[in-house]
Design a protein around this ligand. Structure first.
Ligand code: TRP
Length: 469
C-alpha cells in the first residue's frame, strides 16, 4: 500500500503538533467542568486512583488502536475500514460520524455558555451566577454565543490540518496550560484553600462502589475522545516515523494532569467562599456556573475580573480544541469520500450540526417541549432533548464504538497487523511487554468491560433497570 498521503488531505507538521492537537481534543469541558465533581462525589483520591487505572489499563489500548488504524490507512473514520479491506465494518465509522455530529450539537451549546460567561465576567457582571437558569433559558443570547463558537470552530478547521488545527492547538494548548497553572497557584493561596484540597482529594474508600468504577470509566472514555474515530482521523494525518505509543502516553498524561489540576483550582475557590465549610455546598457540574462568579466577586474588583474572565476563557479554550476535533471527524469523511473541498465541507457540516443542536439549545428552559422531552420507562421525571442526545451519543454509542474498534483490530484486522503499524517509529515494540499489554487489552480486557458498560447503560438509561441499587 502506498504510504504517501493523498496530497490534498494534509498532515501534521511535527509530532508535537499532533500531540497538542490530540491532547486538545481530549482536554475539554469533560476535564474542567465534570471531572472535579466526579472526584469529590466519588471518594476523592480513591476515585482518582480508579480513574488512572481506567485511563491507562482500559482506555490506553483503545487510544493506541485508533491512532494506528488512522496512520496505517491515512483515511477518515469510515474510509479507514474500507482501506484495510473490510467494507462491512464501515458501519462503525458511520456510527462514529453520527456520534460526533450528535455530541458536537449539544457540546457546542455548553461551550457557548462558557464563552458567554467569559464575555459577561469581562464586563464585571458577577451576578451572572444567580442568573444562570435565566441565562441558559434565554435563547437569543445563547444562540449568539453558540453561533460565535461554532463559527470559530469552523474557521480553524477550514484553514486545514497543519495551518488550522495544528497552529490553533499550538497557541491554545500552551495558553491553557499557563492559565490553569497560574489560576490554580493563585487559588491555592486563598484562605481555607487546604480545606478545599482536603474535600477534593481525601480518599474515602467507603464511597467506592461498582457505580464509582462505572462513572470513572465513562468519564475516562469520553475525556480521552475515544470510540468515534476522532483519533483515527487525527492519526491519519500522522507521519510514518512517529512513535505512537509514546505519543499516546503523552496525550493520556496531559489529559489526566489537566483534569486533576482543574480540581486544585476549583475547590480552594469554593472553600474560600464558604470559609472552609463544605456542608452546604451543592455539588454537580452546575456549580461552576452558579457558584464561581460569586467567588470572583469577593476578590477585589480588577482582580476578580481578571481571575473570573481568565477562568472562563480557559474553559472556552479547552472546549474549542475539542469542538475542533469533533467537527474534523465528519469533515474529513466528506472530504475523502465525496471529494469535496475542505471549505465547502466545513460550511455544510457545521451548518447541519448547528441546526441539529437547536432543540438542545432550547432544552434548558426556553422551550417547555424540549426541556421536558421524554420520560424514560421506569423513571418518574422527564429529561430534556439535550439529555437524550447525550445519553444516546456519548453514553451509549461511544462505548459500543470503542468495543467494536478493538474487536475489529484484534480479531478481524488481526493483532499482528496492529503490532506492525505500532513498530514503525518504535522498532523494539514487537515482542515487548508493551505489545503483550496492548494485545491483552484489545483481545479481552477492553472489549469485555466496554461491552458490560454498554449493556448496563442501555438497561439503565432506556429501560429503567438500576444495577446499582
Ligand atoms: N474529550 C473532550 C472532553 O473531555 C470531548 C471530546 C472531544 C470528545 N472530541 C471527542 C469526546 C470525541 C468523545 C469523542 O470534553
Amino acid at each position: 500500500m502506498a504510504t504517501q498521503p493523498t496530497s490534498n488531505r494534509g498532515t501534521w507538521n511535527s509530532k508535537l503538533g499532533f500531540i497538542l492537537a490530540a491532547a486538545g481534543s481530549a482536554v475539554g469541558l469533560g476535564n474542567i467542568w465534570k471531572f472535579p465533581f466526579e472526584v469529590a462525589d466519588g471518594g476523592g483520591a480513591s476515585f482518582v486512583f480508579i480513574y488512572l487505572i481506567c485511563c491507562f489499563a482500559l482506555c490506553f489500548p483503545v487510544l493506541v488502536t485508533e491512532i494506528a488504524i488512522g496512520r496505517k490507512t491515512q483515511k477518515n473514520a469510515v474510509g479507514a475500514f474500507t482501506a484495510l479491506g473490510y467494507k462491512n465494518w464501515r458501519f462503525i465509522g458511520l456510527l462514529g460520524i453520527l456520534s460526533g455530529v450528535l455530541i458536537l450539537s449539544f457540546y457546542n451549546v455548553v461551550a457557548g455558555w462558557a464563552f458567554g460567561y467569559f464575555i459577561e465576567l469581562l464586563q464585571g457582571h458577577f451576578d451572572i451566577g444567580g442568573r444562570f437558569g435565566a441565562f441558559i433559558a434565554d435563547w437569543s443570547t445563547i444562540t449568539l454565543y453558540s453561533l460565535i463558537f461554532m463559527f470559530l470552530t469552523a474557521l480553524i478547521i477550514s484553514s486545514g490540518v497543519s495551518s488550522g488545527i495544528e497552529r490553533a492547538s499550538k497557541i491554545l494548548m500552551p495558553s491553557l496550560l499557563f492559565m490553569i497553572l497560574g489560576l490554580a497557584a493563585y487559588s491555592l493561596t486563598l484562605d481555607h484553600a487546604m480545606k478545599g484540597v482536603e474535600f477534593y482529594l481525601i480518599p474515602d474508600f467507603s464511597e467506592v462502589s461498582l457505580e464509582t468504577v462505572y462513572n470513572a470509566l465513562g468519564q475516562a472514555f469520553f475525556s480521552l475522545s475515544l470510540g468515534m474515530g476522532a483519533l483515527i482521523t487525527y492519526g491519519s494525518y500522522l507521519s510514518k516515523k512517529d512513535n505512537i505509543i509514546t505519543s499516546a502516553a503523552l496525550i493520556t498524561l496531559t489529559d489526566v494532569g489537566i483534569a486533576i489540576i482543574a480540581g486544585l483550582l476549583m475547590f480552594p475557590l469554593v472553600a474560600y467562599l464558604n470559609n472552609g465549610d463544605f456542608t452546604n455546598v451543592q455539588g454537580g457540574p452546575g456549580l461552576i456556573f452558579t457558584v464561581l462568579p460569586g467567588v470572583f466577586e469577593s476578590l477585589s474588583s480588577p482582580l476578580g475580573i481578571i481571575i473570573g474572565a481568565g477562568f472562563f476563557l480557559l474553559l472556552s479554550f479547552a472546549a474549542l480544541t475539542s469542538t475542533v476535533s469533533l467537527l474534523e471527524v465528519p469533515v474529513s469523511y466528506v472530504i475523502d469520500e465525496f471529494h469535496m473541498g475542505r471549505k465547502k465541507a466545513v460550511i455544510i457540516m457545521s451548518t447541519i450540526i448547528y441546526l441539529i443542536g437547536i432543540p438542545s439549545l432550547l432544552s434548558n428552559g426556553s422551550s417547555e417541549y424540549f426541556s421536558s422531552f421524554v420520560t424514560y420507562i421506569g423513571s418518574a421525571s422527564p429529561v430534556s432533548f439535550m439529555d437524550v442526545v447525550e445519553h444516546l451519543s456519548s453514553d451509549t454509542f461511544l462505548p459500543f464504538g470503542g468495543m467494536m474498534i478493538v474487536i475489529f483490530a484484534a480479531y478481524i484486522w488481526k493483532k499482528e497487523n496492529l503490532s506492525q503499524e505500532l513498530a514503525i517509529g518504535n522498532p523494539k515494540f514487537i515482542g515487548s511487554l508493551n505489545e503483550k499489554f496492548i494485545h491483552f487489552g484489545i483481545q479481552y480486557l477492553s472489549p469485555i468491560i466496554l461491552g458490560i458498560i454498554f449493556l448496563l447503560t442501555v438497561a439503565n438509561r432506556f429501560f429503567g433497570y438500576n444495577p446499582f441499587e
